[in-house]
Design a protein around this ligand. Sequence first.
Ligand SMILES: Nc1ncnc2c1ncn2[C@@H]1O[C@H](COP(=O)(O)OP(=O)(O)O)[C@@H](O)[C@H]1O
Ligand SMILES: [Mg+2]
Length: 235
Amino acid sequence: MNRGEQVVVQAKSLRKVFGKGAGKVTALDGIDLALNAGEITLLMGPSGSGKSSLISVLGGLQAPDDGSVMVMGDDLWGQSSGKITKFRRKNCGFVFQSVGLFPALTAFEQIVLPLKHMGFDTKTANSQAKAVLAEVDLAERAHSRPNEMSGGENQRVAIARMLAKDPKLIFCDEPTSALDTENGAAVAQLLRQAAKTHNAMVFCVTHDDRLIPFADRILKIEDGQIISDSQKDIT
Ligand SMILES: Nc1ncnc2c1ncn2[C@@H]1O[C@H](COP(=O)(O)OP(=O)(O)O)[C@@H](O)[C@H]1O
Ligand SMILES: [Mg+2]
């Protein structure tokens, strides 16, 4: 590490176990990890190695059985569930393989409605939605609904919706696996931009080697343990 990044997520001795007795599965087996603002980190590993579990524990979706997660100076899982939800809504953005757009809403509405729900006034929500749609290069599709757009365009709408609240922590689970080369690269570029121009921490689970050139750091996980951690030297 040579660029003086700021640690925004610090996980210590994380453990997550599912089931009991013979059916017991250790999904996370003592994970220590620090993640920096302004960096895009890939998490790669075989199916069942604990990738999605790690995202949900770091992103405030599912509590660990043991260990702690400090986020932006606070003990995430030491807070009440109401506070955790509030923190997550304000600061965390999620991108999943299945995009989760509302079929009846236009691209513009997909972005504006959650912003209003968060308490933004109409004028701010509208201008913010316009800005992020332009950022993902879909300004001219603002009034299209999901069934009128390609998978790649819909994923970009989902990313625009996620970016609209300017989250400082971005978690992605296989964001490009359903996309062709061109859309996959566009999505990777947008995630990189979120790290570099918005100084977000981007943590991305992927099987997709095409994302490697866009990453600052690559972690490998197996059986719930980080087995390698390589910082790419970008000079
Ligand atoms: N809700 C759950 N209930 C029971 N077992 C689970 C649950 N979630 C994950 N697991 C198990 O934990 C292990 C890690 O799962 P997961 O984190 O989803 O891995 P990955 O995302 O790397 O495929 C797997 O063995 C999986 O079957
Ligand atoms: Mg998974």
